[in-house]
Structures are given as structure tokens and as C-alpha cells.
Design a protein around this ligand. Structure first.
Ligand code: 4NP
Length: 159
């Protein structure tokens, strides 16, 4: 079984969106044996549901975010997850700073899997209402790229 952790800052907008979108699209693509989760590098929203705007934008496309709850990334996540997908470079630096010296996880920017090397999923928290739709567009594209990579491990060798 492979395991995937999505990481952003607050774990109430981007990474729970990625968790719900990837879970739905991976299942639809026949990838059923996956452990999928999300976490934030910050602790402000631990135990909280996702931002209502993220829940609404996801629901409009058929993705269920409402049952998710915020948590903070832990050192143990680097051993529990094979893939850690981070939404932006600032949080990538935080994730790398937390990583133990030796671990088995592949840590990448999520949009690398959308064919957008080095690109970031922008934080929609203080953005306009349509920022959540733009985030969904990016996350759907990267999810399909990650699904393709997981289905053909030769391709995934770009890690
Ligand atoms: P996220 O968005 O990292 O996509 O969950 C944010 C949510 C909350 C905060 C920042 C970003 N905040 O500062 O509380």
C-alpha cells in the first residue's frame, strides 16, 4: 500500500482540498489501496474542519471535505508516508526543516505532478472567492499527474 500526505500551512484550505480531490480521483482511477491524509505546518487550526469556502468550492465539484479535521505535521509522518506533497516553497522549507536525518519519504512540491516544476498552489485564505476554484483546478491537474505516476512507477522515477 502506498501512502500520501498533503501539506500546506493551516490544513484548512489547500491540503484538505488536495486530500479530498486526490481520494476521489484515485478511487475513480482504480487506485484503492492508498493511505491518504493531510496536515499543516502551523497549529492554529488543529481539530478544526476545513474553511467553509474550501468545503463549498469542493462540494460544488462533488468532493467531500466536511468530515476532515486539521492536524499539524509530525516527525513520525516522514516514516509513515511514502510521498509528502507540499503546496508551496515556504512550507517545503518548513517540512524539510522538520525532517529527520534519515527517512524514506519522497518530499516534493505537489504541482511538480501537474508538469509545473517549481510552481506553487497559492494560499487562498486571504484571497478572493474565486481563489478556491483556481486552487481546485491546480489540485485536480496535479492529482491526475500523481495518479499516473503511481500507476506507472517507471514514470514516477522522475522523483
Ligand atoms: P492553507 O491556508 O494553508 O491552505 O490551509 C491557510 C489557512 C489558515 C491560515 C493560513 C493559511 N492562517 O494563517 O490561519
Amino acid at each position: 500500500m502506498s501512502s500520501i500526505l498533503f501539506v500546506c500551512l493551516g490544513n484548512i484550505c489547500r491540503s484538505p482540498t488536495a486530500e479530498a480531490v486526490f481520494r476521489a480521483r484515485a478511487a475513480a482511477a482504480g487506485l484503492l489501496d492508498l493511505h491518504i491524509d493531510s496536515a499543516g505546518t502551523g497549529s492554529w487550526h488543529v481539530g478544526e474542519p476545513p474553511d467553509p469556502r474550501a468545503i463549498a468550492a469542493g462540494a460544488a465539484r462533488g468532493y467531500a471535505l466536511d468530515g476532515l479535521r486539521g492536524r499539524e505535521i509530525t516527525v513520525g509522518d516522514f516514516d509513515r508516508f511514502a510521498h509528502i506533497l507540499v503546496m508551496d516553497r515556504k512550507n517545503m522549507m518548513k517540512v524539510n526543516g522538520l525532517a529527520p536525518n534519515a527517512h524514506g519519504a519522497s518530499v516534493r512540491l505537489f504541482l511538480d505532478y501537474a508538469g509545473l516544476q517549481g510552481a506553487e498552489v497559492p494560499d487562498p485564505y486571504l484571497g478572493e472567492a474565486d481563489a478556491f476554484d483556481a486552487v481546485l483546478d491546480m489540485i485536480e491537474r496535479a492529482s491526475d499527474g500523481l495518479i499516473a505516476a503511481l500507476k506507472s512507477p517507471g514514470q514516477a522515477a522522475r522523483s
